[in-house]
Design a protein around this ligand. Structure first.
Ligand code: MCU
Length: 417
């Protein structure tokens, strides 16, 4: 069956070389780690096979199960998240494999080496941990997609872990399909697209950080993930599929990231030069080949990317977008995230959600207007665990008056307890 990443692991612990049975935490009971609500699979409704009723000119209701039942509690919400993850994997992302049978790790210099075995095959990869803060720690860290360092400014006190995501799954256009270490392990015809393969890689980095905490000084409960543009798509999918990520920071991810398929299509139908589902699957291998069957009629999909983002709730998400980049879908990301935000609202945690769309900067060069009172506030609160500024943020420097958030989300927002 499809992997269910929101479910706490109940299976036997995989074999490891550096087992730390007790992961120490720097947080006190009054300052709990924000995690997804636990799922009790026996209490979740069955997800019917099939796509269900098409949803046009609005986004799918997060608070109604695929079988029509209503989500009325946090326990229901946990079930609904599990269902959404399954649907996203089935129709768009491809299957996220469960934790492999063996994950081992060692740390030397600034290099964390990770070895993974499953079904008689093995791969290994390394990540570099840079700017490790001095002092006792443990310290938070931000996992950055790409080898050149984060596109956003990482403040002192937070380490940076550079993840060569292309090594796990290539993204050089159509010829990259099935290439990279993920596919060496699971086979070149595995259904996962590159985004899912990278999220799997992020999960293995977190496994490795749990194993080597005493050596690295990194706290695996205070991890962020970031990337820009195509790697921003990777960051939001990793935050969605890996519940151990505390803070998700997608930068200019655009279509296929913080944008919604339906809104991009609507923009395109209104004559705008925006990347849509039909184009994106021609350009690269970010999605499962299964997605190709739906790109010409995205209204069929039982989800959109507001629900991808909602897999993160109640954990912290801060989305950065660029109002000057028409191709990324500036109305699409504004509308998609404006509606995604209602999931944090239902959980009573609007402080854990930010969307900020500004301009004046070139693609992936971080604008200073998002730094002090926004990015740093999120990092302070969710990684450094000190009181920061306001993190209940939803803003754009442009008024998207042609798009009505409430018309596109005509469903009620419950208050979930
Ligand atoms: C915004 O991310 C992508 C976009 O989806 C692509 O169409 C374009 O080719 O590249 C962008 C990107 O990754 O820029 C670095």
């Amino acid at each position: 069956t499809t992997a269910q990443p929101q479910v706490p692991t109940t299976t036997a612990r995989p074999t490891t070389t550096l087992v730390t049975s007790v992961v120490s935490s720097t947080t006190s009971p009054s300052d709990p780690v924000v995690t997804n609500p636990p799922v009790n699979p026996g209490t979740c409704p069955n997800t019917p096979s099939g796509l269900g009723t098409p949803v046009a000119n609005q986004l799918n209701d997060p608070f109604t199960f695929h079988n029509g039942n209503k989500v009325t509690s946090k326990a229901d919400w946990a079930c609904r998240q599990r269902e959404i993850s399954e649907l996203l994997q089935r129709y768009e992302l491809g299957t996220l494999p469960p934790k492999p049978s063996s994950v081992t790790a060692s740390f030397s210099g600034s290099t964390l080496s990770i070895s993974v075995s499953e079904g008689g095959r093995s791969i290994s990869f390394t990540v570099s941990i840079n700017n490790r803060p001095s002092g006792a720690g443990p310290h938070p860290a931000i996992i950055n997609f790409g080898t050149f360092g984060a596109s956003l400014p990482v403040p002192a006190g937070v380490a940076t872990i550079n993840f060569n995501n292309d090594d796990i799954a290539q993204q050089q256009g159509g010829s990259s399909r099935g290439r990279g270490k993920f596919y060496d392990l699971y086979g070149s015809s595995h259904s996962a697209g590159a985004l899912t393969a990278w999220a799997w890689g992020v999960s293995r980095i977190v496994d490795a950080l749990e194993l080597t905490q005493a050596q690295t000084g990194i706290d695996p409960t205070r991890l962020g993930v970031t990337g820009c543009s195509r790697n921003g798509k990777g960051a939001i999918v990793a935050g969605a599929l890996e519940p151990r990520i505390a803070l998700t920071l997608p930068q200019e991810s655009g279509a296929g990231g913080s944008g919604c398929w339906r809104i991009a299509t609507w923009q395109k139908n209104n004559g705008q030069n925006v990347q849509d589902s039909t184009q994106i699957v021609q350009e690269n291998v970010w999605f499962s080949p299964n997605f190709n069957s739906y790109v010409n009629n995205v209204n069929q999909l039982p989800f959109d990317h507001h629900l991808l983002a909602g897999l993160i709730a109640p954990r912290a998400l801060y989305v950065m977008e660029n109002v000057d980049m028409e191709w990324l879908g500036k109305i699409s990301t504004y509308g998609c995230m404006g509606i995604a935000r209602k999931q944090w609202e239902a959980l009573g945690v609007l402080d854990n959600f930010g969307y900020s769309q500004v301009g004046g900067n070139s693609h992936c060069s971080f604008p200073s207007s998002q730094q002090g009172s926004e990015l740093n506030a999120f990092i302070d609160k969710f990684l450094l665990k000190r009181s920061g500024g306001n993190t209940n943020i939803f803003r754009s420097t442009q008024t998207h008056s042609s798009f009505n958030l409430n018309n596109w989300s005509p469903w009620a927002v419950p208050s979930l307890n």
